[in-house]
Unconditional design. Structure first.
Length: 365
């Protein structure tokens, strides 16, 4: 049995156990309850073993005592049955498809996509299995990789190796939803480091300017808040092949959170941070200091931006001196900026000046 088959068998057994516990409580005349980790920044703690932020000991309970609670229990049973059926039939489903399939679940149907997504995450925390083991996948993430690295991945015709310069279009290699070693292998080739980039415009600029070839860099377009498979791939390149990881984003509070999800782990997936996060990832910018030092064009912070920055000051992932100083500096100037604001100095400035200076200071070049 392959590792993949082992994980899926464990997922089936774990989900069956969840349903059996609900039935056993009903059979014993009890109101069914489930206990889950509290998923908020109040309940994330630093795990020194893995150097990531994970859920702590605070719990929340679900009970069928209320109508809403009873509906959640019913949805849990339907969802577990749906997933087990997919695994048995060697099929998979997008999260969006599961949402629509629930239309046939009568009173258990989901009213919003968020409800179905959250239940899938609940089942992960209860079973200690991964969504990928449930054969549930997100919609296309839009993430791509470009650089002299080789990926061997499973296709309908078997395993196929692709070089992420020679064998791809100018958009690069599209990251699949599952990048585990049994179906996805990595040969780092001549790559010396990884740069995760927030925006498609900057990703395309670096490719057009020949940055990956000049500096033996693997570019990863995050396409905004990175998908789990993208974070997992970045972690594998770092952990298995010792490639340093850098993150290059816009200069605003939402982009700081993109970096945090890559380096420290996202709050909503803190139960699997050791699987997704790359603690050694370094932040290139755009920092508040960059806005001043490079005299970048800016936009005024709006009320949501200010609220997000203040919230980050109480987020345990942003409590070190660097982040406190940068967040307070941004609040002080009341300004934010974008990666592409560096084009103020010309289309080549980001690759000829800004990135070489920053990466040299960081010890990457």
């Amino acid at each position: 049995m392959t590792t993949n088959e082992n994980r899926q068998q464990l997922a089936q057994e774990s989900l069956t156990g969840v349903v059996e516990r609900i039935y056993d409580q009903l059979d014993g005349g009890q109101i069914p309850t489930m206990e889950l980790p509290l998923r908020s920044k109040r309940n994330i703690e630093f795990d020194p073993q893995h150097n990531v932020w994970k859920y702590g000991d605070l719990k929340t309970s679900r009970s069928a005592k209320t109508v809403n609670g009873a509906v959640m229990m019913l949805r849990t049973v339907y969802t577990a049955d749906f997933i087990n059926e997919m695994i048995r039939e060697s099929k998979s489903s997008t999260l969006r498809e599961m949402y629509y399939i629930s239309e046939g679940w009568n009173n258990a149907k989901f009213h919003t996509q968020d409800e179905s997504n959250l239940l899938a995450e609940d089942l992960e925390t209860i079973t200690h299995c991964m969504r990928e083991d449930f054969k549930l996948r997100p919609e296309e993430s839009g993430a791509h990789v470009y650089g002299d690295v080789n990926f061997t991945t499973m296709t309908k015709k078997g395993m196929k190796t692709m070089n992420c310069v020679d064998d791809v279009s100018e958009a690069g290699f599209a990251v699949p939803y599952k990048v585990e070693e049994d179906t996805f292998q990595i040969d780092p080739g001549n790559a010396k480091f990884v740069m995760a980039i927030e925006t498609g415009g900057m990703y395309a600029r670096l490719i057009e300017n020949g940055f990956p070839e000049k500096y033996d860099c693997v570019l990863v377009h995050l396409s905004g808040q990175p998908a789990r498979s993208t974070r997992r791939l970045i972690k594998r390149m770092n952990e298995e092949h010792n490639l340093p990881v850098t993150v290059f984003t816009d200069g605003d509070p939402w982009s700081f959170r993109i970096y945090a999800s890559v380096a420290y782990g996202a709050i909503k997936t803190a139960h699997i941070s050791e699987y997704l996060a790359t603690p050694t990832a370094q932040f290139i910018g755009v920092t508040a200091s960059d806005i001043l030092n490079y005299d970048l064009p800016t936009d005024k912070l709006n009320d949501k931006d200010v609220g997000a920055l203040n919230a980050e000051l109480s987020d345990p992932r942003f409590t070190d001196e660097f982040w406190v100083n940068e967040i307070q500096a941004m609040l002080g100037m009341g300004k934010k900026s974008e990666q592409q604001a560096l084009a103020k100095y010309g289309l080549d400035y980001v690759t000829d000046t800004y990135l070489p200076e920053k990466l040299t200071d960081m010890g990457i070049l």
